[in-house]
Ligand binder design. Sequence first.
Ligand code: GLU
Length: 432
Amino acid sequence: MVFVMDHCKTGVYDNALAQIRKAYKFIEIDENTVKLLESPKEIFMASLAVRMDNGKINVFPAIRVHHNDILGPTKGGIRFHPDVHADEVKALSFWMTFKCAIANIPFGGAKGGVAVNPKSLSLRELEHVSRAYMEAMADFIGPDKDIPAPDVYTNETIMGWMMDEYNQITRKQNPAVITGKPINLGGSQGRRVATALGGYYVFRELVKELGLDKNITIAIQGFGNAGKNMAKFLHEEGYKVVAVSDSHGAAYKKDGLDITSIAKAKDARVKGMPSKISLCDHCEGATEMTNDTLLELDVDVLIPAALENQITKENANNIKAKMIIELANGPTTKEADEILKKKGVTVVPDILANSGGVIVSYFEWVQNKYGMYWTEDDVFKKLEEKMMTSFSQVFHSMKKHKVSMRTAAYLVGLKRIKEAIEAKGGHEWLSK
Ligand code: GLU
């Protein structure tokens, strides 16, 4: 198993480029900036050699992409998934650049991954893969260089191991090298639920704007950290979550699911390991269905919170939701985006909807650098403020330019990046 850049293309990076290209015509932007933004700055690849419990060595391909560092050190998660490949990680790093720019936090974009199925590993093997990743990438990572965080199938335990490995390599205590750590290793209060809570704030604002009431029905695809906590917030606030899913399948109940008990059942697992429990086994009275059927349910709001390329030209026409909140990164392909736009579906793009995670990662980094720690209330208040500001700036840009919320979000991010490039001095300064 090796990464071959063009060999394993899935169109995810092309999708990302198609999104930003729609924004260029609304902003004065020079070709040099476009070149910088469309090409990742650096890509590092490694083969992680890990001794398995049976004594044999397995080799796992690993990657870290720094997309752009105009606004600050690069930032973004590390995912462990069997399908991780370069094209996808490039796109994910690109989205991080814009996510940070829209949230107005001083970071550029990065992303990393290991092509591994963590569910097939023992806890010891998982720790070794995590430490091997940091060992391979330590030269390209650092609190003022590139700061990783959790992503799909990685979590705070893994971030703790990686921080420890980095500190051993550099012989310094440097908690700010990674975010999403356990609280007793310098993690931030509220980081675990931050992606979902940020998404909830955006949902709440949009519901207000569209004049919807509490009777609306909601389907959520994916029950990882983001999907599960989003379901919990919505349930606690009295909204009806009628369908949820995980990699095993989906469960639907017309009158709403008991999210608290499903979340509890799903959480019963070895600390640090991804859950192998199927939620369908714990949804009493619910109808089982596939993940694909969930996407096409007759609901008001659809929340994709799993992987990329879920809403495509094949199923976009069958989507019945009026509102989509992209808690996953890149769930909608470029063709699907056009179809949804024609159907009048409001899509809150990933680079806004799921930015709560990286915002609280920023708070964690600030607290680590400052050496002083905030309460959960402080974190939530600051997150709410940031999400409301980003939402209203994107909403305003959408109305002003009469574009989709996705294009509007890119415009907000592009403006910040463009101003930073100009402030550093471009070639036109030399020709003056
Ligand atoms: N992996 C998360 C994301 O896609 C969080 C990144 C971070 O906190 O740096 O936004």
